[in-house]
Design a protein around this ligand. Structure first.
Ligand code: DGT
Ligand code: CA
Ligand code: CA
Length: 573
């Protein structure tokens, strides 16, 4: 039974949460969290690395002890230490840590003071006013907690894109191995590259469906079979994920793929267009009266109603059909258009790799440039760089650049935007950088006007270049802060600044819709990974997906430019 990276990471995160609630050694807690983050972002399966006999202790953030623990998890699916800790401190408490405004101390106080073990307990206690009676909790805290509980519930259980991939890929490979199977294709929201995925939809072509469905039922991750038919089945995987599988013959492949890719709204719009032309479009094909006129490929389906191929990322009934009719679909950006990454960290602040390692990996990706943007001093999440350390890093970059061939390291930082809109490093430091990435990491709860004014004021600084993760959202964890995005975008454009599309699958900030707004405004964006590790540079493709969902072409994105052109874009007048 292969254990997925997310499952290993979840175990370490849960362990860290529980130890945190118990008040254990912060370094130990940090070590588990770092390991979880690294494993979650690792492009290779740890189960496979273990099977291949790799020495995991050589990986960043993993020592001998953690390597041993990973081995145990891969072998047994469990970690005895977690069982031990959760016999003292209920594992459910770890879920409470996900509620905004609740840290380890508060969770501990709520548990010991009111025996609160779940979000439901918490909601009851908050509603009956019992929380405000605990020492250290005010009525205001109580209402904030209640709001946090509701937000958690509202973030329905949708998987992040990378988690969905993590479960889909092994299943696709497995189905492909079934005798008689011609092709296996992912459909649904995963193919449209939505940032969160409800369930997995998989389309199989084969002459006979029954053996495929039996093969699916035998998959070792299947926990229960919701329904099983000759051409369609729904199963639940052990990890709580629902999967729909459909089997169609080759002649219906294009029509079925189009149908199961959706979105539903897009399908309905296309079907209406078909009806106007006397065509019936369904998952079996395109029909005029009883005669099948198309359906073998998706391109055929679109062509049958006089349209060019519409990429899945655009299929939302948000104007893509009208644009296609006018032959005005954008030429969407691809990963191959990207020449560099403009937001990366090293271990000088909260990253895990060295300058050299980041540069090497970026060079292997074929990039022309990569920037290093370690945090400025004020940021609370890590040891940021003060003036002196920034200069040390710039010197190190100069030295390394002198040795490197084919790739340039750009000098930058991720500068904190302070509450009054000033930047966290003085201008005589900022002017030594190639450009800056500026970000908000605290005071998320300002009013919309104040937050917008704060950032616009920061952009007034002539050394402000790119606004990082512009809304601060963390998918399934934290809602965007209140912000007038349109005003920010207009302000950025007027001042010669840019907005980042943070490609990290936990963020994807800007969203697809926000990218489209930027394009309408004429503001260019940077797609950046916010890599904290060499493996994270891979996240670029998720950023590309979102950009495509936002109709962006290569020309709308600054890091598709050559280094020379990029440098001139960075010059503010
Ligand atoms: P999800 O799973 O919530 O992330 O989103 P989807 O888009 O994957 O939705 P899902 O799994 O319910 O259905 C997969 C596709 O099947 C959907 O995108 C379009 C198609 N579909 C499902 N139900 C209908 C329907 O009632 N009418 C039409 N035209 N298409 C449908
Ligand atoms: Ca789905
Ligand atoms: Ca489905």
């Amino acid at each position: 039974m292969p254990v997925h990276n997310t499952e290993i990471a979840d175990i370490f995160d849960e362990l860290a949460d529980l130890l945190d609630i118990e008040g254990a050694n912060p370094f130990r807690i940090r070590a588990y969290r770092n390991a979880a983050e690294m494993i979650r972002g690792h492009p290779k399966s740890f189960a496979e690395l273990v099977a291949a006999g790799q020495d995991l202790s050589k990986l960043p953030s993993i020592g001998k002890d953690l390597a041993g623990k990973i081995q145990v998890i891969v072998d047994t699916g469990r970690l005895p230490l977690l069982d031990q800790v959760s016999s003292r401190t209920p594992a459910a408490l770890s879920k409470l840590m996900k509620i905004e405004g609740l840290g380890p101390q508060r969770v501990k106080a709520l548990y010991h003071g009111l025996n609160i073990r779940s979000a439901a307990d918490l909601e009851r206690a908050a509603k009956s006013g019992r929380i405000r009676e605990l020492p250290g909790f005010a009525a205001k805290t109580e209402s904030a907690i209640l709001k946090g509980v509701r937000q958690l519930a509202a973030r329905a259980q949708r998987m992040k894109l990378n988690e969905a991939e993590d479960f889909a890929q092994p299943l696709l490979d497995y189905l492909q191995k079934c005798k008689g199977v011609k092709s296996v294709t992912v459909a649904g929201s995963l193919r449209r590259r939505k940032e969160t995925i409800g369930d997995l939809d998989i389309l199989v072509t084969a002459q006979r469906g029954t053996p495929v469905m039996q093969h699916l039922a035998d998959y070792d991750e299947v926990e229960d079979i919701v329904s099983q038919g000759a051409t369609r089945s729904t199963v639940h995987l052990r990890a709580g994920i629902s999967v729909d599988v459909r089997v169609v013959p080759q002649v219906s492949y294009g029509a079925a793929l189009h149908y199961f890719t959706g979105s539903k709204a897009h399908n309905i719009a296309l079907r209406k267009l078909g009806i106007k032309q006397g065509l019936k479009i369904n998952e079996y094909g395109v029909f005029r009266q009883k005669k099948r006129v198309a359906g073998r490929t998706e391109a055929e389906v679109f062509a049958s109603v006089g349209l060019p191929y519409i990429p899945p990322e655009l299929r939302r009934d948000h104007g893509e059909i009208a644009a296609a009719r006018l032959d005005q679909l954008p030429k969407l950006v691809t990963l191959a258009d990207i020449r560099g990454d403009l937001h990366c960290h090293t271990r000088a602040s909260d990253g895990h790799a060295t300058l050299e390692e980041m540069a090497d990996t970026a060079a292997q990706r074929g990039y022309q440039y990569v920037s290093i943007n370690d945090h400025s001093q004020r940021v609370t999440i890590a040891h940021g760089l003060d003036e002196k350390r920034v200069f040390e890093q710039l010197e190190a970059i100069d030295k390394l650049n002198a040795k490197l061939d084919g790739i340039s390291i750009l000098k930058s930082t991720e500068v904190e935007i302070l509450e009054d809109g000033s930047l966290d490093l003085p201008n005589h430091v900022l002017k030594e950088l190639d450009f800056t990435v500026c970000a908000v990491h605290y005071q998320y709860d300002l009013s919309k006007d104040k937050q917008t004014a704060r950032i616009l004021r920061a952009m007034d600084n002539p050394y402000f270049t790119i606004l990082a993760h512009p809304t601060g959202r963390l998918i399934n964890e934290r809602d965007p802060y209140a912000i007038n995005l349109e005003a920010l975008m207009n302000g950025a454009k007027q001042r010669g600044c840019f907005l980042e599309l943070n490609a990290h699958p936990d963020r994807l900030d800007l969203s697809g819709d926000a990218c489209r707004l930027a394009k309408d405004i004429g503001l260019k964006v940077a797609i950046s990974t916010d890599a904290h590790n060499t493996g994270d540079l891979e996240y670029m493709r998720y950023g590309i997906d979102q950009a495509r969902r936002g109709w962006l072409a290569a020309e709308d994105i600054i890091n598709t430019r050559s280094l020379k052109d990029l440098r001139s874009l960075f010059k503010r007048n």
